[in-house]
Design a protein around this ligand. Sequence first.
Ligand SMILES: [Fe+2]
Ligand SMILES: [Fe+2]
Length: 262
Amino acid sequence: MEIDRRAFIGSLGGVAAVQAMSPNARAEALEHYMIEQLNSSEGINEEDNATLPFYDPERPVPRGTGRLFAENKNLKPMPAKPTLVDFFELRFAPARHVLQSAARAIKTGQPERTVLACLLHDTVLSLIKPDHGWWGAQLYEPYVDERVSWGIRYHQALRFFPDPEVGYEYPDFYNRIFGKDYEPDAHLQAAHKKARDHKWYMEARLITMNDEYSFDREAKVSIEPFIDIIGRHFKQPAEGLGGDDSPSSHMWRTIANPNRPL
Ligand SMILES: [Fe+2]
Ligand SMILES: [Fe+2]
């Protein structure tokens, strides 16, 4: 994807604001910016455009918050017992980045567990951006194989660390925008080290290897091809996500109704 450097810096509040951010925060902001750009690309139907808070440089959401907190009074109501697919269609949509990443995981021959991890890995960005690996892992932990949420937790840190042995290179666009001289924050270095020595390392590494930012206006993305995988690997609660009293039910309720005052 081509990045408009000036538009990106503008979206963060200008050069001074960018200089005040830590290099790691800048790199993460760039990644989120690219996801927003993907989501605001053409190929989205008019109804979605009218109701979903796409990235708008004139009216950015406060830094760190997800698109659900953009000024928007028109979020569609959720069904009484919402499923994961409902959340994809009504809150995460268009979710192009994760749908493309999951499609790539299928294309590269990954097992269904990894396809699911790719499908879910960045969805929590609709809610919150800092430390999204950890937030995302907690959101999904009660409903997926432990290896899936483990992979989601550590993918965030692994993005910053190349692994030539498996063909994962440091993202070139980080170099282009921020220069070559920055180091990830200490907690990310520690998380990388911990993941590197863990028997489930590849669960997280494969998510980073299937991260897909390509900007293909023709590509139609849909949750449809993944519904069977969700059915087999996601423990959908009968009460609906948010009504099930799991350790992350409150997060699902917040995603469903981000505008509640308390
Ligand atoms: Fe991510
Ligand atoms: Fe990603």
